[in-house]
Design a protein around this ligand. Structure first.
Ligand SMILES: [Zn+2]
Length: 210
């Protein structure tokens, strides 16, 4: 049996796969699987970052970027924001009775299509920098945001149960993994986030029942 590849230099994915195979044969699955999946995720993120292209300026404070690999779009600032600052007001173009991947929830059966439309490119992160205040219809910075930073919000802060879930790859150490809405996030984690009044009320109702 040959020893695992050296880790003194940056390993390629082939070397890491060999490393994982070696570890599996030696029944040391968990830690090496963790290292390997971290490497794959990091590689994907780095490749994706390099592939980001600026696609259009959509407002005095933001522009949409597009990934040439995935065609995913994201919203990035062109100015700095301080924590607590109102970034913009928003309205609704349409109110739907069911959620879709572009809507923000404002009531039990009320899901709005955003106006201005470019706000739909604010993606999810488990460590968000903005919050959709659906009561006052304002987008708020949760902390200082640097120029060029992607604007992200925590989907379960407004969404109780999304129409389709996804595996988050936000790379934050507190990443929750599969995201499907507040209904699927443990209460002790959810309460660490700023939540819409609707989500807070639903949690209150659940707590009362239990
Ligand atoms: Zn995440």
């Amino acid at each position: 049996m040959s020893p695992p590849p050296s880790t003194s230099t940056v390993a390629t994915s082939t070397q890491l796969q060999a490393f994982v195979n070696y570890a599996r044969e030696h029944k040391a699955v968990t830690i090496y699987d963790a290292v390997y999946s971290w490497f794959i995720k990091t590689s994907v993120m780095q490749t994706t970052k390099k592939a980001m292209i600026k696609c259009s300026t959509v407002s005095p404070f933001a522009e949409v970027w597009e990934c040439s690999l995935t065609q995913n779009k994201s919203l990035h600032t062109t100015v700095e924001f301080e924590g607590g600052q109102v970034i913009t007001n928003f309205r609704h173009k349409e109110v739907l009775d069911r959620p879709n991947y572009l809507t923000v929830q404002i009531g039990d059966c009320q899901h709005i299509m955003l106006d201005p439309e470019y706000l739909q490119y604010i993606n999810h992160s488990c460590n968000p920098n903005v919050f959709f205040d659906t009561e006052n219809r304002i987008l708020i910075a949760l902390r200082k945001i640097e120029i060029g930073e992607e604007l992200t919000f925590f989907y379960p802060s407004t969404e109780w149960s999304m129409n389709r879930g996804f595996n988050c790859i936000c790379q934050n150490e507190n990443c929750l993994g599969y995201i499907q809405g507040a209904a699927d996030v443990p209460l002790n984690i959810l309460t660490k986030y700023k939540l819409s009044q609707l989500i807070s009320a639903k949690l209150g109702m659940l707590t009362d029942i239990n």
